[in-house]
Write a protein that binds this ligand. Structure first.
Ligand code: SF4
Ligand code: MG
Length: 332
């Protein structure tokens, strides 16, 4: 709830004011068992920062993180609470090459987490669990993979190992940060389908981070759109992608190589914003005031520079933060 994350930037000299990168600004989101949520945005929008905050790789500057309704407050936490939390919330990275250690076998990569969190009494029991993990991610015959080194595997196989390693500790939440964007196009769908089936079978709460809004509709029940550190629109994926309301979401969809608007039932989609609105995400070191999209938005009004619009409910769980849809009198 209301998570902010600022990183301190470099100071020009001893006497200059310290600078801050406003990476995540007032973000609230919820993940649920058995449900996939896509977090969509261009690179540099703060998506990975959110994944790392949720994984407790660092603390939020402000805001509260809750797990099963309980605040996971780092300042007051007991080490055991945090350890338990970290076990239940696993992160899969974009790059399956760098997340595995080249000098260790697959057995070594998987046995570590197994031993940390589960009681294994015999060698045979360990072997059985390791093979079951490999089968779980469709690496078969498992016996042939277990003693291999990462360099002997393809990118897709390595990503499967990274997924198996996350599963070894029986997590409840899986954060997948662009899990297929570095993989060959031909195997992306296989890995996405694997994540989907694991989500269903293990009732995982899945956060799927991507820059490709078209894949969000296929993959996730809910889609959240992020721009320059702020969430701008969210709701059921079909609604967000077929009837995008926020000018930035419309821009993303119009720029997608495989846009949802090729679907005949998306006729009602508002005209996409002018391509002239394309450009760079602004620097988060000194982000635009108010709605950070105002520097690119063709509909920007004076109020957009002054403050960030509150959330407007559009019905059926669909919402946006944009003054165009606000009916609050103070927003006029
Ligand atoms: Fe554009 Fe204003 Fe809406 Fe931001 S709040 S997207 S600047 S109209
Ligand atoms: Mg990223």
């Amino acid at each position: 709830s209301n998570i902010r994350k600022y990183f301190s930037g470099r100071q020009a000299n001893l006497f200059s004011k310290p600078t801050f990168v406003h990476a995540v600004e007032d973000v609230s989101l919820a993940l649920y068992p058995g449900k996939a949520t896509a977090l969509v945005g261009e690179s540099g929008s703060g998506k990975s920062t959110i994944a790392r905050l949720l994984a407790r790789m660092y603390d939020p500057t402000q805001g509260e993180l809750r797990f099963r309704g309980q605040a996971i407050n780092l300042k007051k936490r007991r080490a055991s609470v945090l350890r338990e939390y970290r076990r239940h919330v696993q992160l899969i990275f974009q790059d399956p090459f760098s997340s595995l250690n080249p000098v260790h076998t697959i057995r070594h990569h998987l046995a570590g987490p197994l031993h940390v969190y589960r009681r294994i009494r015999t060698r045979a029991e360990e072997e059985e669990m390791l093979l079951a993990l490999l089968r779980r991610v469709n690496l078969e015959p498992a016996e042939q993979f277990i003693d291999k080194y990462p360099h002997q595997l393809s990118g897709g196989q390595r990503q499967r190992i990274a997924i198996a390693r996350a599963l070894a500790v029986q997590p409840e939440v899986l954060l997948a940060d662009e899990p297929v964007s570095m993989l060959d196009v031909s195997i992306r769908l296989d890995i996405l389908n694997l994540l989907l089936s694991l989500k269903d079978e293990e009732r995982l709460a899945l956060l799927f981070i991507t820059h490709d809004i078209a894949s969000a509709r296929y993959f996730a029940e809910e889609t959240l759109v992020m721009y320059a550190g702020q969430l701008v629109e969210g709701g059921p994926s079909d609604a967000v992608i077929q009837q995008p309301k926020h000018p930035y979401t419309q821009l993303l969809i119009s720029a997608a190589p495989n846009p949802a608007r090729s679907n005949p039932d998306t006729e009602a989609t508002p005209a996409p914003v002018e391509l002239a609105a394309r450009g760079e995400i602004p620097s988060l070191l000194n982000p635009p005031s108010g709605c950070r999209f105002h520097t690119r938005c063709p509909h920007a009004m004076p109020i957009c520079k002054e403050r960030f619009p509150g959330r407007t409910d559009l019905g059926d769980g669909h919402w946006t933060n944009c003054f165009l849809y606000s009916d609050r009198t103070e927003d006029k």
